[in-house]
Design a protein around this ligand. Structure first.
Ligand SMILES: C[C@H](O)[C@H](O)[C@H]1CNC2=NC(N)=NC(=O)C2=N1
Length: 77
């Protein structure tokens, strides 16, 4: 689940393997591009760490981050 910390929404997700993790990242990338709102994230093998913050709002959490978080959650269902 998401944590809100240091002006970011944070979530770490563990997948079965790298292919599952990267497949998920591809789906998120397509949605993020449509929304013109992009995650700060990293991937190590089967783990994806996501930080959502709005650069144009001085790196604070805005409705755009909350919306992207809910889109990401829906992709995980
Ligand atoms: C020009 C473009 O709309 C902006 O740079 C968008 C792109 N994606 C973005 N993503 C995030 N997370 N924050 C932004 O402020 C932001 N701005």
């Amino acid at each position: 689940m998401w944590k809100e910390e240091n002006n970011k929404l944070l979530r770490e997700i563990t997948f079965k393997n790298f292919v599952e993790a990267f497949g998920f990242m591809t789906k998120v990338a397509i949605e993020a591009e449509k929304m013109d709102h992009h995650p700060n994230w990293s991937n190590v093998y089967n783990k994806v760490t996501i930080e959502l913050t709005t650069h144009s709002a001085g790196n604070t959490v805005t409705e755009k981050d909350r919306k992207l978080a809910s889109v990401i959650d829906a992709l995980l269902k």
